[in-house]
Design a protein around this ligand. Structure first.
Ligand SMILES: Nc1ncnc2c1ncn2[C@@H]1O[C@H](COP(=O)(O)OP(=O)(O)OP(=O)(O)O)[C@@H](O)[C@H]1O
Length: 297
């Protein structure tokens, strides 16, 4: 079972916002969609949902265009955080509303989760804080029982507790491989430990589709203290410098080999220590040239 996005393009006021987007997405996957502010992440989601009619392309589930087969549309979930009709609804009213769109909506689980997170069922959606709204959006996504769930910046502006709650719920939900998530973010730290695959959107196109396990298996982050202040050739040739402070160097080597290790050890470093590699490190090392990200903080 997969969802296929094929040749999807959308222009707004004559300007191409997304162009020729192609990817496949299977249940069990948590895909990160990253790109700078305004690059077109939300536009891609709206176009996938046909809120925006695409100039070209389509979205299909197991080969069936979701526009032609209503039962397929029910398998795809997205709440537009900017434009939605929820603001005047009270939380207890939401299951009725969503139940008409998603026939497998689980009202009992919705009520259970609302109670578990100490949300007041009588609150109007618009009166909720940003973090509470994010939680309600996620609860709706999970209880819709859609297979493919799109979350647009679900962590934006949330405190660490709510962020962890959301991340844990997402991870639990994919454990049995029945659901998949597509999560946009402009902050790589938020996707760390969550996504197994990352799509990078730049200049209206998907320019990379990364399998993170594969990228991680080849890369190493190393802290070195060398006798000499000069950066050795082996590091210039194979690594991306993450930090330099005096004689302490932190580097990421994207294609770490025994030969590189030998060359490094031959320098007889005072300290040679492997550090945990973050998603941001990987992107900084792999993509510093083409993300347009200002990754160094
Ligand atoms: N309805 C609209 N009318 C005019 N321009 C639009 C509309 N929707 C999107 N755009 C433009 O399309 C571009 C992409 O916007 P979009 O919201 O998809 O980006 P994004 O990647 O989701 O950004 P962010 O990370 O800031 O949320 C922006 O330049 C935006 O101004």
């Amino acid at each position: 079972m997969t969802l296929q996005v094929t040749g999807l393009s959308k222009q707004i006021s004559g300007r191409p916002i997304i162009q020729d987007i192609n990817f496949e997405w299977a249940p069990g996957e948590i895909i990160g969609l990253v790109g700078r502010n305004g690059v077109g992440k939300t536009t891609l989601f709206r176009t996938m949902m046909n809120q925006y009619v695409p100039e070209t392309g389509h979205v299909a589930i197991d080969g069936e265009d979701i526009l032609n087969v209503p039962s397929r549309q029910e398998q795809l979930f997205f709440i537009d955080t900017q434009y939605n009709f929820l603001s005047t609804y009270r939380l207890w009213e939401l299951p009725r509303f969503f139940g008409t769109v998603y026939p497998n909506f689980d009202g009992d689980r919705f009520t259970k989760l609302i109670t578990q997170f100490k949300l007041d069922p009588n609150s109007q959606y618009r009166r909720l804080s940003k973090g509470m709204r994010a939680l309600v959006n996620l609860i709706l996504a999970l209880t819709s029982n859609a297979t493919y769930i799109i979350l647009d910046e679900p962590f934006d502006g949330l405190d660490v507790i709510v962020r962890e709650n959301i991340a844990t719920m997402v991870i639990d939900e994919v454990a049995d491989q029945q659901k998949g998530f597509l999560i946009s973010s402009h902050d790589l730290n938020e996707l760390d430990g969550l996504s197994d695959r990352v799509l990078l959107l730049k200049d209206s196109r998907l320019i990379h589709d990364y399998n993170l396990e594969e990228v991680r298996s080849r890369a190493k982050k190393i802290q070195l203290v060398l006798n000499d202040k000069v950066i050795p050739d082996v590091l210039k040739a194979h690594s991306q410098l993450i930090r330099v402070s005096g004689r302490v160097l932190v580097v990421v080597i994207t294609d770490y080999t025994p030969a590189i290790e030998q060359e490094l050890k031959a320098l007889k470093p005072v300290l040679f220590e492997e550090l945990p590699l973050t998603l941001e490190d990987l992107f900084r090392a792999n993509l510093a040239h083409d993300t347009g990200y200002q990754l160094l903080k």
